[in-house]
Design a protein around this ligand. Structure first.
Ligand code: SAH
Length: 287
C-alpha cells in the first residue's frame, strides 16, 4: 500500500461489516481523521528495518499506514474480536511479517520482542487512557531495549510528562519520565478525530529513553519515593516537607547547602538533577 492510498474513512466504512461496538472498558476511541493519522505516522520518522510495535491497534487506523512504511511489525491487542478481525484483514497472507499478540500490554515481556538483529523496539500507540500511567511505567522497566515511544494520551497528561521545571503542570510524572527519557510534545489532537470522541483533548508525544542518563541517582527506588513524597506536599517548602515526612529524614541547612538547594524552595522549582542531589543526600543520612 502506498502512503497516499490509505483512506481511514474507507477503512471505517469497510469495518462496518465487523460491527464492532466500541468497548468503554478497553478505552476504545478509534481514530478516523486521515490528516491526523498522517501527521502521527510522519512524526515517527520510520525506517524500513525498524522493529515496530503497536499497542492497541484496534481497527487498524494507525496500523495500516504504519505497516506501509516498515518491513515487519508486531501489534499487541487485548480485545480478541479486534485481534481476530485484524488477523483476517492484514494477517499472514498479505503481510508475512505482521505479528499479532493477543494479550494485555501490561503483561508483555518486551525483551522477548528484542533481538540484536531486529534492533531496539520502536513502540507506538493510541493508548487506553484508563491504564496510561501503569503502561508507561511498565515500559520504562524495558527502557534498555526500547529506542523510542510515540503515544497518544490525554493532553493534560502529556503536558505533565513534558512540562518544564517551574511550570504549573510540572510534577512527579515530569520528574520521573524526564529522569529516564527525553520527552517531546508533538501534536494536539481534537476530540473529533476519534470515534467515539473522548471527553478531553488528546496529544501525541515522544519518549526517548536515555542510553546514558545525564544524571543517575544512587538509589533509584529511593529517588522515586523522594519525588512522590515531596510532590504530595507541593505547596510546602522543602525544609517543612523533609521535617514532617515519616518516610524521609530531616535535612539540615548544611544538607541543603551541599545540594545547592534553597530549603525555602518548593518542589516544582527543582530540576531533575536537583531531585537526584536531594535524594542522594537524604539517602546518605538513612544509612
Ligand atoms: N489504535 C487504534 C485504537 C485505539 S483505542 C486507533 O487509534 O484507532 C485503544 C485500543 O487499545 C483498543 O483497540 C483496545 O482494545 C486496546 N487495549 C485496551 N487495553 C489494552 C491493553 N491492556 N493491552 C493491549 N491493548 C489494549
Amino acid at each position: 500500500m502506498s502512503k497516499s492510498s490509505f483512506n481511514a474513512q474507507a477503512l471505517t466504512a469497510s469495518l462496518q461489516s465487523v460491527k464492532h461496538q466500541p468497548r468503554k472498558r478497553f478505552g476504545q476511541n478509534f481514530l478516523h481523521d486521515d490528516s491526523i493519522i498522517r501527521q502521527i505516522v510522519d512524526s515517527i520518522h520510520l525506517e524500513r528495518d525498524d522493529n515496530l510495535v503497536e499497542i492497541g491497534p484496534g481497527m487498524g487506523a494507525l496500523t495500516e499506514p504504519l505497516l506501509a512504511e516498515v518491513d515487519a511489525m508486531t501489534v499487541i491487542e487485548l480485545d480478541r474480536d479486534l485481534a481476530d478481525s485484524l488477523r483476517i484483514r492484514i494477517g499472514a497472507n498479505s503481510h508475512p511479517n505482521f505479528t499479532i499478540i493477543k494479550a494485555n500490554a501490561m503483561d508483555v515481556d518486551y525483551r522477548d520482542l528484542y533481538s540484536a538483529e531486529r534492533g531496539k523496539l520502536r513502540v507506538v500507540g493510541n493508548l487506553p487512557y484508563n491504564i496510561s500511567t501503569p503502561i508507561l511505567f511498565h515500559l520504562l522497566s524495558f527502557a534498555d531495549v526500547i529506542q523510542d515511544m510515540h503515544f497518544m494520551l490525554q493532553k493534560e497528561v502529556v503536558e505533565r510528562i513534558t512540562a518544564d521545571v517551574g511550570s504549573k503542570t510540572y510534577g512527579r510524572l515530569s520528574v520521573i519520565m524526564q529522569y529516564h527519557c527525553e520527552t517531546d510534545y508533538l501534536l494536539t489532537v481534537p476530540r473529533g478525530a476519534f470515534n467515539p470522541p473522548p471527553k478531553v483533548t488528546s496529544a501525541v508525544f515522544r519518549l526517548t529513553p536515555y542510553v546514558d542518563k545525564p544524571i543517575v541517582a544512587d538509589d533509584e527506588p529511593y529517588f522515586a519515593i523522594v519525588v512522590r513524597e515531596t510532590f504530595n506536599h507541593r505547596r510546602k517548602t522543602l525544609r517543612a516537607i523533609f521535617k514532617k515526612s515519616t518516610l524521609l529524614p530531616t535535612l539540615s541547612e548544611d544538607d541543603f547547602a551541599v545540594c545547592n538547594i534553597d530549603p525555602q524552595a518548593r518542589p516544582e522549582t527543582l530540576s531533575v538533577s536537583d531531585f537526584v542531589a536531594l535524594s542522594n543526600q537524604a539517602k546518605r543520612l538513612e544509612v
